[in-house]
Design a protein around this ligand. Structure first.
Ligand SMILES: C[S@@+](CC[C@H](N)C(=O)[O-])C[C@H]1O[C@@H](n2cnc3c(N)ncnc32)[C@H](O)[C@@H]1O
Length: 389
């Protein structure tokens, strides 16, 4: 037999807690003639059993019902769901701390931040010592501070030999150019890559063209093409970020951005590039949009992670209007342009597969290509030709 203080120390509870157990009839001490309350081994076991039930999140009253076999299953289900939610939250917290410690991928954190706090996300990356180019690449490509260098090395290895870095075709570029209402004298091309569109625009116009990109490798190839085509005198290249464009008073008739404005965000680009245009100048950009009201789950999940700001054409049109432009024309980039992009990319992935096993970048790029092959039509690139008002 145990006195209440002995029982309390055996089960790790206070005397007051045990008196409450007693009050609820969960344990039944016997009173001795001297007035002391004593408990049996059975009481000790009863308290241990109750403690087990409490560890499932049950209150003392619920433990009592459970011991009497009267507990409604819905109460258990409720506790279960609450606990499951709590565990998921804790797992997220654990993952987050682990990624901040550099022990685990920070991809989920970056995906969430890109969606809910895109500007603060970039600023935070910069504070950690990443330059703007790296910060944007973490946001769009690696989504991981800890594995970023390796990821980008693999990513560039895949793309460096490819001619096309996005779904574009000479025909679509030419169609967009022919829809211009002006005869441009000065054109700024933003994110020109290896210059597929630059060459088309240069050949279709007599304009002076400034082509910018922040990837030197791409600009070096473009320079080679310019020489081959005798276009050096009219087209100059600059390795600079699209977020830091400043040409003073030298404004442009057209700002051209194929598959690149998304990098700084469409609404941001609409407002930041407007001052670069002359009065009545035209912004031509292409952007990935939903082409259906009911995209499949596969497409939604993919773009949630790779382009969280994907919109419908109508939404983009309204943003263009709000930013002080008048939409002059819009059309969807051909499926051929996508094929010209992903078929050579698939070939390159196949070539590199044996030597780049376990590469996260390869895995992500292949997932993208798989989606283009199976779900193109639910989404696509859309050209917007918008006059600055
Ligand atoms: C999807 S590719 C499109 C290239 C080309 N316009 C096309 O349609 O094939 C995006 C391009 O933007 C460039 N880019 C990425 N971030 C940039 C930045 N901050 N400033 C300038 N160019 C950038 C990339 O190097 C790449 O060439």
């Amino acid at each position: 037999m145990y006195r209440i203080s002995e029982l309390a120390s055996l089960v790790g509870l206070s005397r007051t807690a045990l008196l409450y157990y007693e009050k609820l009839n969960l344990i039944n001490g016997k009173r001795l003639s001297n007035g002391y309350r004593v408990y049996s081994d059975r009481d000790v076991q009863q308290v241990l059993l109750i403690q087990q039930l409490q560890s499932g999140g049950l209150t003392l009253a619920e433990c009592k019902s459970c011991l009497e076999s009267k507990l409604d299953k819905s109460v258990l289900r409720l506790r279960y769901n609450e606990l499951e939610k709590e565990i998921k939250q804790k797992e997220w917290s654990l993952g987050l701390l682990s990624s901040l410690l550099g022990n685990k991928t920070s991809k989920p954190l970056h995906e969430t931040l890109s969606k809910i706090a895109p500007d603060a996300h970039i600023d935070w990356l910069k504070v950690q010592g990443f330059d703007e180019k790296q910060a944007l690449r973490i946001k769009w490509l690696s989504k991981d501070m800890n594995e970023h260098d390796k990821y980008m090395q693999d990513f560039m290895r895949v793309f460096e030999t490819l001619e096309s870095w996005g779904p574009n075709s000479k025909e679509d570029t030419a169609s967009a150019f022919k829809l211009l209402s002006c005869n441009p004298k000065r054109i700024l091309e933003v994110g020109c890559g290896k210059g597929n569109s630059t060459i088309v625009i240069a050949k279709l116009s007599n304009a002076e063209i400034v082509a910018i990109d922040n990837e030197k490798l791409a600009l070096d190839e473009l320079k080679g093409k310019l020489t081959l085509n005798g276009l050096n005198s009219r087209v100059t290249t600059h390795c600079v970020s699209m977020t830091e464009l400043n040409f003073g008073d030298d404004k442009f008739d057209v700002v051209w951005a194929e598959a690149s404005a998304y990098i700084m965000g469409i609404e941001n680009a609409l407002s930041k590039w407007k001052p670069l245009l002359k009065d009545g100048g035209v912004l031509v950009f292409s952007d990935l949009v939903w082409l259906t009201d009911k995209p499949s789950e596969a497409s939604i999940n993919h773009w949630k992670s790779y382009y969280p700001d994907i919109q419908t054409i109508e939404t983009r049109k309204s943003q263009i209007g709000k930013a002080g432009y008048q939409l002059e024309n819009t059309f969807t980039v051909s499926e051929q342009a996508w094929k010209d992009y992903y078929e050579p990319l698939q070939k390159r992935l196949n070539e590199l597969a044996p030597v780049m096993k376990n590469s996260q970048a390869m895995f992500d790029i292949q997932n993208g290509v798989n989606l283009y092959k199976s779900h193109l039509g639910e989404f696509g690139y859309q050209f917007f030709i918008a006059k600055s008002l």
